[in-house]
Design a protein around this ligand. Structure first.
Ligand code: ATP
Length: 469
């Protein structure tokens, strides 16, 4: 039997209504808060202490829906389910209250609820409260991690004022205004990811997710699950819950496919179908899901050569390449070296106490270098030089030279005689080989770690290793 929104239950678990007449006057002056609601979860009574905490007079609070006054309350549930809820933690205006809620009953029917609220002396509950705060902190961290799914960069983060850089920015703005697939081509470390995020941030999808996936970093056998998700129980160990793929996570937003040149041919065919139909089928499921995703892809590989030797499907290439942006290597826009150094040094210094300046001689040394790792390598170089310099004034030419590949062996630039100078390409190739060898040694042969140490992607490292062997 149910009356006025209340519910009937078996064993008695609440306060008999007739006891309220005795109980409420006793609670009137209690230091802890107390509040009663009827079967519609409207306030029927509130003591002076709780009214003070809420900041209103009891007579103005009585008659109002409790949810209007205390948004996080669970009193309506107590009324609905008839279940008592003891020592619950409730947020109220940045404060944590410990609340016990009991249903009020008459003839076995729930006719309201009464809550006792502790907010001052929570010392006896310290272990419970500290566990709660820990969980709150974990939750905040998880939320922050989720927020990272949104893009961090905007177009102003792509530093550069050379004609080549301005052209890249112009095309990126064009890409932001269109909802078409976009392909970013350029060597490693040229800023393709910054651009992808910037295009998203300036597009109509800006407040929706930006999801990036680096194809070179995901083992081939996991790629399909990573992309399209996994249905419950799809395979042993798949779990009983649906695992969303990157396409589902990016729904409504932008999916950035980094190192698209590393995508296996079989998956290329599936990706093409998804792009054409905007539908994905999670692994182990026979149901398709509609997705609305804008794709930005990038590669540092020679895509032309891959098309020619059949390792990249031309139909997928044309699908992705509706708008193409070529991001020039740093050596083709050395004009930007000065402002890039300034921006990078400032950024690096923000992370520590180090001084951030560069002498014009040091800049001249940097201009002579070939920059195979582009701006990422420039950043690493400046970071290393700053660490060595330990904040002792502006970085000198010698300090910068010492951290460039082969720099320490060759001594200072001033000490280099003309006889020691070899063709640049040769010097760079040797330096590159030496850097790769020492990175592999430092990483104990682990290629992913070695690539990270070198500031290049795994696929670029593989490419370089295949050329060396
Ligand atoms: N135009 C730029 N302005 C400022 N910083 C830049 C620029 N381009 C690159 N960088 C710096 O270089 C780093 C590498 O950039 P990013 O990851 O965008 O390169 P990428 O081309 O995507 O490289 P990869 O092909 O290896 O993934 C960035 O973290 C940033 O510090």
């Amino acid at each position: 039997m149910t009356a006025g929104g209340g519910s009937s239950r078996g064993p008695f678990m609440g306060i008999p209504r007739h006891l309220l007449t005795t109980l409420l006057p006793l609670l009137e002056e209690a230091t802890a808060g107390a509040i009663a609601v009827d079967s519609d979860a409207r306030i029927t009574w509130i003591n002076a202490s709780y009214a003070r905490l809420i900041g209103d007079a009891p007579e103005r609070l009585v008659g109002r829906a409790i949810r209007e006054v205390i948004p996080a309350t669970r009193m309506p549930e107590t009324v609905r389910t008839g279940q008592p809820r003891l020592l619950d933690i409730m947020e109220f205006r940045d404060q944590q209250l410990v609340v016990s809620r009991l249903p009020v009953e008459e003839d076995g029917v729930v006719v309201g609820a009464l809550a006792f609220v502790l907010y001052d002396d929570l010392q006896p509950l310290a272990p419970l409260m500290s566990k709660y705060r820990r969980l709150q902190d974990d939750l905040a961290a998880a939320r922050r991690a989720l927020a990272r799914r949104t893009a961090r960069y905007s177009l102003s983060d792509f530093v550069g004022a050379s004609p080549a850089a301005l052209d890249v920015k112009r095309r990126a703005r064009l890409a932001a205004g269109r909802d078409t697939p976009t392909l970013l081509l350029g060597e490693t470390g040229t800023g393709k990811e910054i651009l992808a995020q910037a295009i998203h941030s300036a597009s109509a999808r800006a407040d929706r997710p930006f999801v990036g996936v680096n194809l070179a970093a995901v083992p081939e056998n996991l790629l399909e699950a990573e992309f399209f998700g996994v249905a419950p129980g799809a395979y042993t160990g798949a779990g009983q819950r649906t695992r969303e793929g990157k396409f589902q996570l990016a729904h409504g937003g932008t999916l950035f496919l980094d190192e698209i040149g590393d995508m296996p041919l079989a998956l290329q065919a599936k990706l093409l179908r998804v792009l054409e139909e905007q539908q994905v089928e999670p692994l182990g499921s026979n149901q398709v899901q509609q997705v609305d995703v804008r794709v930005i892809a990038a590669t540092s590989r020679d895509i032309g050569a891959m098309l020619a030797d059949g390792t990249f499907r031309s139909d997928l290439y044309y699908r992705l390449n509706v708008l193409e942006i070529r991001v020039p290597p740093l050596r083709e826009r050395l004009q930007d070296l000065g402002i890039l150094c300034e921006a990078l040094l400032e950024d690096i210094a923000l992370g520590g106490e180090l001084h951030a300046e560069l002498t014009s001689d040091a800049l001249a040394v940097l201009e002579l270098y070939h920059w195979p790792g582009n701006i990422r390598e420039l950043r690493n170089t400046l970071e290393q030089a700053m660490t060595m310099n330990e904040g002792e004034g502006a970085l000198s030419a010698n300090e910068v030279h010492a951290v460039l590949p082969g720099g320490r062996d060759n001594g200072s630039p001033a000490a280099t005689s003309a006889a020691m100078v070899r063709p640049l390409a040769e010097t760079v190739a040797d330096a590159e080989q030496a850097a790769i060898e020492s990175a592999l040694r430092a990483a104990g042969g682990n290629r992913s770690r070695a690539a990270r140490l070198l500031g290049i992607s795994r696929s670029v490292l593989y490419e370089k290793l295949s050329k060396l062997s």
